[in-house]
Write a protein that binds this ligand. Structure first.
Ligand code: 7RM
Length: 640
């Protein structure tokens, strides 16, 4: 039996049981057999969720980049590590071998050192999806600097908040970025941000769009000349297991963003182990995750997890709609992608386009399809399964969070039978619990409650940078001795989990707990509907009533809106019951979304409550302009 690579369902159950009964022995074996250590640990795990304090592999010494690069050189030196697909399909793709990546990381690491970056320093990386981004991340890890990648779609205010929160002394950026037919002036955004970041001493600028940028003497430097001068050897800094590897910000429901701190050994072990199993990666596979490295999905499943396994990982610079909505499928055909990992929001956008753009391309290389980021609704699941996977490629609906560092609940493809909209079973080592409002654990199957985790796993975030109290309050205070995820979930009759959404998405109507996801699924079944979002609003009798924001597929839909409203409620009645019928249905052209594709229900809730004076922080919205149009629409809204 192999603990590292699970291939059968019995094996899953066997390994899972071992990981729960003897977690320390289990993770020790995984760590021992599959990674490179300068010194092994003295203690596999110590933990106390009341402090909270969690330490994995204490006493061990290692460098993550030796695991991701150096150790592959003898066997995989000429294998492609990173396959870069540019924004413009006419620009050639770039194949960066493990040997070349190792050299580029070493050079970049030497540049960082020459610029005075030391172990433990924070470095902000604000780059588009170009190879320098992955190289910069690994260069930081090489010398023990803590990277804080900020998604290059964030505004200057969001950037400066993040730079100041963890006191970065350097920013790595580019002269600009391509995004479909547009270019974005990243350096201009950095300049603006830095007006309020006095502690940033150095800005390194990669060349990408060859624009004219302003260079601030003494602070800004072009990256390339520095790289040209740098040596290709840079000994890896020997790090302790619990030294921070990176900080990544995630937005809370209120207040400033939380800088989640991930540490070295546990994060490496868990991201690598989950990658291998959940994508069933085989030596010659080409793996593509469409996320941006600015999100945790990109950290764990574009950079660290794949490279720790010696995989070929694709980095795509562009967007799904450029030059047209066939781009993803064109790339799948061109690079013969075997594993494809994307988000439901992208799937829905592509499903809206019609099948001609899918059928043009040969997708037969695909073996595994992944989904992440939000609940995947039934309709999108079937579209993905039927038209992309041709019913041959299992869909892994992977539930996890920035805070968890790696995938927590997911099928293992070809091992776990899938079920639409279900993330299915806990991954190896993960002990979920569903809790009721009174803090009692709900045992047995066919229950729903708040999703917690009872036992630490190697890649759990260790703290919030600079605010351990907030870490404790947010994740360890709601339920005694448990990590609280903020999500609701149900466990079906065979023990499969379905994530029903953030618990603040649960609406209690006439005493019934209604999750938003199943209602939205039902609405989306209507042939005229592209997407929908439900929130609650106060109601005299029911306590709460439901308000639906609905996007139609055809903006010029000429059918009578009241008829459409009736049909939508009819579908809800058929799927869930009359209790879930909507009191108000507003047709809208868009929904407020974060840049990672999550609907910001908080804003919709305010609109439904007619409380628009203070919409809170909208700086992370992708499409702030849509908010006003929804407000205007709400004012002229008729009650059903
Ligand atoms: C990886 C990521 C975390 C939140 C999480 C959930 C939601 C993520 C799924 C999902 C249902 C999924 N990190 N979420 N994956 N909900 N099914 N497969 O997205 O920190 O940005 O977001 O995303 O609510 O708590 S994140």
């Amino acid at each position: 039996m192999s603990n590292y690579h699970i291939k059968h369902l019995e094996e899953y159950y066997q390994v899972y049981r071992k990981s729960v009964r003897e977690p320390e022995n289990f993770w020790e074996e995984v760590a021992e057999e599959h990674f490179m250590w300068h010194k092994k640990w003295d203690n596999v795990l110590s933990w106390d969720f009341t402090k909270p304090e969690i330490k994995w592999f204490e006493g061990a010494q290692l460098n993550v980049t030796e695991n991701c690069l150096d150790r592959h050189l003898p066997t995989r030196g000429n294998k492609t590590a990173i396959l870069f697909e540019p924004n413009d399909p006419k620009e050639a793709a770039e194949h960066i071998t493990y040997k070349q990546l190792h050299e580029r990381v070493n050079k970049f690491a030497n540049v960082l050192k020459n610029q005075g970056v030391e172990k433990g320093d924070r470095v902000c990386i604000y780059l588009p999806m170009i190879p320098e981004l992955a190289v910069a991340v690994l260069a930081c890890a090489r010398i023990g600097a803590i990277h804080s990648v900020v998604f290059a779609g964030f505004s200057s205010t969001a950037l400066s908040t993040r730079i100041n929160d963890c006191d970065c002394k350097m920013v790595i950026t580019s002269d600009g970025s391509y995004r479909g037919a547009k270019t974005i002036d990243l350096k201009g955004i950095v300049d603006e941000a830095l007006e309020s970041c006095p502690n940033v001493k150095t800005v390194l600028v990669a060349k990408r769009i060859l624009s004219n940028i302003s260079i601030k003497e003494g602070r800004d430097q072009w990256l390339q000349p520095l790289l040209d001068e740098a040596s290709t050897t840079c000994e890896a800094e020997v790090m302790n297991a619990e030294d921070p590897l990176f900080i990544l910000y995630t937005s809370g429901s209120t207040g400033k963003p939380k800088g989640m701190v991930h540490t070295t050994a546990g994060y490496m072990v868990y991201s690598a182990y989950t990658f291998k199993n959940i994508f069933q990666y085989r030596e010659n596979d080409i793996y593509w995750c469409t996320a941006d490295i600015g999100w945790i999905t990109g950290h764990s499943y574009i950079v660290y997890g794949p490279l720790a396994n010696g995989a070929t990982t694709v980095m795509f610079e562009g967007v799904p709609s450029y030059p047209d909505f066939g781009r993803f499928w064109e790339i799948v055909e061109k690079h013969k992608i075997n594993q494809f990992y994307t988000a439901p929001t992208a799937i829905r956008a592509l499903a809206k386009q019609g099948l001609e753009l899918v059928e043009k391309y040969d997708l037969s290389s695909l073996k595994v399809l992944g989904s992440v980021g939000e609940p995947i609704n039934e309709e999108a699941w079937h579209w993905y399964n039927d038209n992309i996977g041709k019913k041959q490629s299992p869909i892994v609906d992977t539930w996890w969070q920035t805070e968890t560092g790696g995938i927590m609940i997911s099928p293992i493809p070809f091992v776990t039978p899938t079920k639409p909209t279900y993330a299915t079973l806990p991954f190896i080592g993960i002990q979920p619990a569903l809790m009721d409002e009174n803090g009692n654990e709900l045992k047995g199957n066919q229950v729903s409650g708040r999703l917690c985790v009872k036992f630490p796993w190697p890649s759990i975030a260790r703290t919030i940078w600079g605010d351990h109290q907030r870490y404790k309050d947010t994740y360890f205070s709601a339920f005694e001795n448990k990590y609280f995820t903020g999500d609701g979930a149900l466990r079906d009759e065979v023990g499969y989990y379905r994530i029903t959404g953030r618990v603040d998405d649960v609406i209690i109507v006439s005493g019934h707990n209604l999750g938003t996801a199943p209602i939205e699924d039902a609405i989306n079944e209507h042939p005229a509907v592209a997407e929908s979002a439900i929130v609650g609003f106060p109601h005299d009798i029911k306590g709460n009533a439901l308000y639906g924001f609905v996007i139609l597929k055809d903006v010029g839909e000429t059918r009578d809106q009241n008829n459409l409203r009736k049909e939508i409620n009819q579908i809800i009645t058929e799927h869930i019951g009359p209790i879930a019928k909507l009191d108000k249905i507003q047709f809208t052209v868009g929904l407020p979304k974060t840049r990672s594709g999550k609907i910001m229900r908080r804003i919709l809730r305010k609109i439904a409550h007619n409380d628009i004076s203070n919409l809170g922080d909208t700086s992370t919205l992708l499409n702030p302009e849509v908010v006003q149009s929804i407000i205007d629409g709400a004012n002229s809204e008729s009650t059903n």
